[in-house]
Design a protein around this ligand. Structure first.
Ligand code: C2E
Ligand code: CA
Ligand code: CA
Length: 561
């Protein structure tokens, strides 16, 4: 079923493009036509007057009854006929010329209101068309729902397969949606890969909208083939109904408010796994406001030094000896108090400040760790986003040199999700860091999808078993066997193991039977501030000697550990 956008000559939405150019053209056309017509009419009147005398004289002269008419009068009549003919031709020419101009002006105007790639409405034309649809729906006791569509992973399609392929995907997605939408629905491309749809529906039939949206999702998900390459794309969809916007909005405000709310719902759909539709709910708006406060707070907090490292002890399980600390970020937010990394790290990644944030924390951790006994290691977590930077290892090593921190004391922790991105570049990065003496651990092992072959070919120094496995170690034979198996695999791959999340003595006892493990968890203590670490180390005689405050700097192993 074609939508109105498919038939651009039809007017979108209400059937009325308010086209000033057309009106102006019509006005000036009539003026010029009237002048031409006036001249022709004057000539006809004159012809009637002269002709009334000359023609009877001519006829009687022709029959031989009288002399030829007065020559001057006859010439005037001929001239008059010529003027009538010229006037008439002129009228026709002007009238055709103006008709053509009006048509091309209307065409240009119409094109300015359409998206050239897909032939849909564009951002400018959708709002008035939506108002018209809304107005008509009200008179028919119907409602209008607005649907905002965003293609998932479109940027990647563009980056990997080129813009021509990207354009094809957009065109085909638009066409597939158009084919399913009812005739009076509106479809607009309002941004790169964003579409807006407005459709009228029965007052209480939200399910109709849902059914249609499900069909749209299904249709767009079918692979798009070009040059023997098939690309499947999904879409995230936000839907808003009339009842979700405040009553009493003007017809100008109404479309923007509807699209704003559909956008919020769409954002929610993206956040919660993509490839789905979500109806707008008022709580989402609050969530978004909070989120935007967090984003601003994080940006300002980095500049104000509100992010600080906390430290969690890492212990040799067999001997109970403290071997190092894992740095865990905390945000001392003036507005929110102490905020954990699960809240701010994903946002920092998304808004592109994770590098900056991580660098501030690591520099601070280098300073803190130089006050510890040089035998103690420092582990830092690196986000998958940071590893996408091809210069990451160079930048990281430069940081070590600038802050004079021994590579041999440093361990970086990366999660299995890093391995999905670009495994060969991750491999190169790990190799270059290890060449300089930095150790690299695979964090949260068991929660991702690292394959055995990846583990065999990636040169990790250590595997950290995720705390979800350790917590369950005493809850049934299967759980403890799983940990046994991971430990045996580590031994086979010659990768030592750290057990995370040791919460109590029972768990610790179970792990004691497995040799060579390191452990960490609340049983040894909660993550603590740098000054609490200093107090702890003082108690154990593990502070750096005053003359050795740079840790093992003299033994620094940049360029060969
Ligand atoms: P992670 O690397 O797995 O860090 C261990 C997390 O487990 C920490 O949570 C720690 O407080 C918690 N934990 C330690 N012992 C126990 C225990 O016995 N039981 C339980 N239930 N939990 C325990 P935290 O500090 O909230 O950190 C969460 C995650 O945030 C970290 O998980 C890490 O992935 C990430 N993270 C922390 N700091 C940074 C950072 O500076 N950069 C990056 N990219 N990620 C960071
Ligand atoms: Ca970690
Ligand atoms: Ca972990």
């Amino acid at each position: 079923m074609p939508t109105q956008t498919e038939k651009p000559s039809r007017t979108p939405g209400s059937g009325t493009f308010r086209d000033d150019a057309v009106h102006d053209g019509t006005r000036s056309r009539s003026k010029r036509e009237i002048v031409s017509l006036g001249v022709a009419l004057a000539a006809v009147t004159l012809f009637a007057a002269i002709g009334g005398t000359v023609i009877p004289q001519l006829l009687s002269a022709w029959r031989g009854l009288t002399d030829a008419p007065d020559k001057a009068l006859a010439s005037a009549m001929l001239l008059n006929i010529a003027i009538i003919l010229i006037g008439w031709r002129r009228y026709n020419t002007v009238s055709n010329e103006l008709k053509n101009r009006t048509l091309s002006e209307a065409e240009a105007r119409r094109e300015a209101l359409l998206d050239p790639l897909t032939g849909c409405h564009n951002r400018r034309s959708i709002a008035p068309a939506m108002s018209d649809l809304h107005r008509r729906a009200e008179t028919q006791d119907r409602r209008v729902a607005v649907v905002l569509v965003d293609l998932d992973g479109f940027k990647q399609i563009n980056d990997v397969h080129g813009h021509a392929f990207g354009d094809d995907v957009l065109r085909q997605a638009a066409q597939r949606m158009r084919d399913l939408l009812p005739a009076d629905a509106l479809l607009a491309r309002i941004g790169g890969d964003e579409f807006a749809i407005a459709l009228s529906h029965d007052r209480s039939a939200n399910q109709d909208v849902e059914r249609l949206v499900s069909l749209l999702i299904e249709a767009v998900a079918k692979p798009i083939v070009r040059d023997d390459i098939a690309i499947a794309t999904s879409m995230s969809v936000g839907i808003v109904g009339c009842r979700d916007v405040a009553p009493g909005l003007s017809m100008d405000e109404w479309p923007n408010e509807m699209m704003h709310k559909a956008d919020i719902a769409m954002y929610h759909a993206k956040k919660h796994g993509k490839n789905r539709y979500v109806w707008f709910e008022p709580a989402m708006e609050q969530e978004l406001k909070f989120r935007s406060q967090l984003e601003n707070g994080i940006r300002a907090g980095i500049a104000a030094g509100e992010f600080v490292p906390f430290y969690e002890q890492q212990v040799d399980i067999e001997s109970g000896r403290l071997v190092g600390f894992e740095m865990l970020a905390r945000w001392q937010s003036p507005a929110l108090g102490l905020v954990g990394p699960d809240i701010f790290i994903p946002i920092a990644e998304e808004i592109g400040v994770i590098d900056e944030l991580s660098e501030c924390l690591i520099i601070q951790a280098f300073k803190d760790a130089r006050e510890w006994d040089p035998s103690l290691t420092l582990s830092v977590n690196i986000s998958p986003i940071q590893l996408r930077d091809p210069w990451f290892s160079q930048k990281f090593l430069k940081l070590l040199i600038q802050h004079n921190f021994p590579a041999s004391r440093l361990e970086i922790e990366i999660t299995e999700s890093c391995l999905h991105d670009n495994i060969s570049s991750v491999r190169t990065m790990i190799a270059s860091l290890r060449n300089q003496g930095v150790s690299v651990s695979l964090d949260d092992f068991g929660t991702g999808y690292a394959s055995l072959s990846q583990l065999r070919t990636l040169p990790f120094d250590r595997i950290k078993i995720d705390r979800s496995f350790i917590r369950e170690i005493n809850n049934g034979e299967a759980s403890s066997k799983l940990v046994d198996a991971i430990v045996a695999m580590g031994a086979g791959l010659k990768m030592p193991i750290t057990a995370e999340g040791i919460e109590n003595e029972d768990i610790l006892n179970s792990l004691r039977s497995m040799s060579g493990l390191k452990g960490q968890g609340y049983h040894y203590g909660r993550p603590e501030t740098a000054s609490a670490v200093i107090d702890r180390l003082r108690e154990h005689g593990l502070l750096a000697a005053p003359d050795n405050e740079l840790g093992s700097a003299p033994r620094m192993a940049i360029g060969g550990a």
